[in-house]
Design a protein around this ligand. Structure first.
Ligand code: ADP
Ligand code: MG
Length: 378
């Protein structure tokens, strides 16, 4: 019996009908542009969240998580509506609501993606539940529809205005590749990202600094983009060229201008990063990561001292490039480093954090991994 099976049986007294798993993600480059119809280049990490589900003969929904002491939350299906107060269970309930489930369920969650570290444990949770439900009820949603539905769950049910990237990559990723995702229509292509055979490693540094996308900073950034595109008469930042941005500078406030400059330059960097990966030019990739960080720190203003420290310390330890990832204001940074330098880089970052009296960071490494999968039926 697998671990999640045992947890399910302990909580609900029977075996699950289905178990699905979905990974967290790291976005190599293309930050804060998914909601601007931009391109992003994420990959799935090996850590994943498992969802075990069993149909019930009634309309009761019971949910528990191993990361929440297996405490069972119970609710009638008809009471699952946006705006309902609650805690973590709103993520799976949002998915049940968005997918239009019409039957009671028992749900057990076991997540191995660090929570709130900028590695998208929320998308891993939503996508594991959505993948299991899609199979269990033979809904027949394709991966793009599942991405839209899980995003709807997080936006409209949980109330977090996240973009579409996290759910898309958690559902669509292939091992050994990054996913070049067009956030306008969700078309994608896989770009080989074989760090290991080049003697490189991608170090993920969780700064453990406060990270909550519901704080308002994220919503403010989106608002700046919205107001800038309205003033410039374009549908999204995607349609904005450097030229138009520069010649229209007077129409924008200083803040709107630099926010827009981040979006336009970041979209260009994603395309350059794809070319660099295809040419296996990791030095170029590294400098694009550095430029992305500079733009997020200075123009978009979503970094924080711990993230800047993680980036600067990695680079002074010899990293080819580094940048903050995720929404910002805390969370994780990534550094592209020589695999042989992993231990030294970790020590250097740790020591620098200690000197500045920051909370000790956590470190992960991960190769690009597979997206959501059904692990077991019956
Ligand atoms: P991130 O997605 O970067 O990890 P978020 O704040 O978006 O950070 O999502 C983290 C939240 O998702 C947690 O606070 C919790 O409510 C929920 N969550 C994620 N994974 C689990 C899990 N395994 N069990 C319970 N809740 C989870
Ligand atoms: Mg999240």
């Amino acid at each position: 019996m697998s671990k999640i099976d045992r947890k399910f049986v302990d909580a609900f007294g029977q075996s699950p009908d289905i178990v699905a798993a979905a990974p967290g993600r790291v976005n190599l480059i293309g930050e804060h542009i998914d909601y601007s119809d931009g391109f992003v280049l994420p990959f799935a990490i090996a850590d994943r969240t498992y969802a075990a589900i069993r149909k019930r003969p009634d309309r009761l929904v019971r949910i528990a998580s191993a990361q929440r002491r297996n405490k069972i939350v119970s609710i009638q299906l008809d009471d699952i509506k946006p705006g309902l107060k609650g805690e973590w269970e709103r993520y799976p309930l949002g998915v049940i609501w968005a997918m239009g489930v019409k039957q009671g369920l028992d749900v057990m969650i076991d997540g191995h993606v660090p929570l709130g570290a900028g590695l998208s444990s929320s998308a891993a949770l939503e996508c594991s539940v959505a993948t299991a439900l899609n199979d269990l009820f033979s809904f027949g949603y394709d991966l793009q529809s599942l991405a839209r539905l899980t995003q709807k769950a997080e936006n409209d049910y949980v109330g977090v205005p996240c973009g579409i990237m996290d759910q898309s990559v958690s559902l669509m990723a292939h091992s050994g590749s990054a996913l070049l995702l067009d956030c306008r229509d969700l078309t994608s292509r896989y770009v080989s990202f074989d760090v290991a055979s080049s003697g490189l490693e991608l170090l993920i540094i969780d700064t453990q600094a406060h990270h909550s996308l519901t704080d308002g900073g994220y919503a403010q950034r989106r608002q700046s983009c919205e107001s800038a595109i309205k003033k410039l008469g374009v549908q999204s930042m995607r349609e904005l060229s450097f030229e138009k941005l520069n010649t229209s500078k007077d129409l924008l406030t200083d803040i709107e201008f630099i926010r827009a400059r981040h979006a336009v330059s970041e979209i260009a960097r994603v395309h350059s990063a794809v070319s660099a990966l295809e040419a296996k030019n990791f030095v170029e990739l590294g400098s694009l990561l550095n430029a992305s960080h500079g733009s997020l720190r200075d123009d978009y203003d979503v970094s924080c001292p711990e993230l800047n420290c993680a980036v600067d310390a990695s680079i002074s330890a010899g990293a080819l490039g580094a940048r903050m990832v995720g929404g910002g204001f805390g969370g994780s940074a990534i550094a592209l480093i020589k695999a042989s330098a992993t231990i030294d880089t970790i020590h250097h970052v740790e020591n620098t954090f200690k000197k500045l009296s920051f909370k000790a960071p956590r470190f992960f490494t991960s190769l690009p991994s597979q997206g959501a999968e059904i692990m077991q039926r019956g």
